[in-house]
Design a protein around this ligand. Structure first.
Ligand code: HEC
Ligand code: HEC
Ligand code: HEC
Ligand code: HEC
Length: 196
């Protein structure tokens, strides 16, 4: 090998080493959370559908979130513009790909509110409980409950105190989905119950 080509090779190798390093760093800046995989509600069901610890899965099944795929027609079920808000983890690691490949991730499941569960599902009752990637809060909901939704209605929600109407009002909406009945059975009250 000629000296010049060795130099060229060295420059090439250095570039290879440097470029991925920068990509990785940018990825890390956009949070490690992005790398945690989605696992689907069936996994959550194993630990969170027991009388003693709360029937969270059954409770969620009663909500429109669980059936969010059913409101789409056959074409819409393949349209990325709809799937990003009507499925779980669309375009993310372990997330929804298509009804053929990942039927168990259709609809708005637990992890869209609680964060991808790959780490958390290693938790043990009476042992280490690995926290979720995030906790549900208004910011979580408005990723989907916003004007990008073609069915957005400015007067969908009404503030009971002021009578003001809006397309989304967190304190009102959250009370429909905060597992209040399950928590009551456990002798607990949702943290979000008293939001004013
Ligand atoms: C192997 C069992 C197991 C699996 C599977 C599991 N969890 Fe948990 N989870 C626990 C334990 C243990 C706790 C601690 C509280 C308790 O005992 O109920 C907990 C607590 C929680 C909490 C409240 C504390 C927190 O971190 O915010 C949420 C929310 C939760 N799990 C959601 C989920 C979701 C969503 C899934 C599915 C992706 C899931 N869990 C799967 C065992 C599990
Ligand atoms: C930005 C997130 C988002 C996108 C994108 C989105 N939706 Fe939705 N969709 C929602 C939300 C949130 C609701 C629940 C209604 C509400 O609270 O505004 C909903 C409700 C619906 C409903 C039930 C009707 C109703 O008014 O409740 C249908 C049907 C629907 N969407 C179809 C679609 C179709 C078709 C597409 C793609 C062209 C789509 N959505 C894209 C978030 C979205
Ligand atoms: C639309 C959002 C949403 C979805 C979907 C959802 N949750 Fe939750 N979850 C919440 C909110 C909000 C709370 C906080 C309740 C409160 O106010 O204390 C919560 C709390 C919890 C808790 C903690 C209760 C405690 O002891 O404080 C568990 C466990 C849980 N959810 C499990 C699940 C599981 C399992 C699923 C799916 C089968 C699921 N959730 C689906 C929004 C959601
Ligand atoms: C991944 C997108 C997504 C996220 C995140 C999300 N939602 Fe939704 N939500 C939807 C869709 C889609 C529907 C409509 C499902 C249907 O009509 O079948 C819906 C419906 C609802 C409904 C029922 C509305 C009705 O017409 O009965 C409530 C209440 C609601 N969401 C509250 C919340 C709250 C509170 C949060 C945050 C803690 C949240 N959602 C997070 C997508 C989402």
């Amino acid at each position: 090998m000629k000296k010049s080509s060795i130099v060229g090779l060295l420059i090439g190798l250095t570039a290879l080493l440097v470029i991925p390093f920068h990509v990785l760093k940018a990825g890390e800046e956009s949070k490690d959370v992005e790398k945690i995989e989605f696992v689907g509600a069936n996994k959550c069901k194993m630990c969170h559908n027991l009388k003693k610890f709360g029937m969270f899965h059954d409770d969620w099944m009663q909500t429109k979130h669980a059936k969010a795929m059913d409101v789409l027609n056959e074409d819409e079920k393949k349209n990325p513009e709809c799937l990003k808000c009507h499925t779980t983890g669309y375009g993310k690691p372990g997330g929804f790909v298509s009804l053929e490949k990942t039927p168990a991730l259709a609809g708005v499941q637990c992890e869209m509110c609680h964060g991808p569960g790959q780490e958390h599902i290693k938790s043990k009752r009476g042992g280490t409980v690995i926290p979720h990637a995030w906790e549900p809060e208004e910011e979580t909901c408005v990723k989907c409950h916003n004007k990008e939704n073609p069915n957005w209605k400015e007067d969908r929600y009404t503030d009971p105190e002021t009578g003001t109407k809006a397309g989304f009002i967190y304190k009102v909406a959250v009370k429909e989905i905060n597992h209040a009945k399950v928590l009551e059975q456990l002798g607990k009250k949702p943290k979000t119950a008293d939001l004013k």
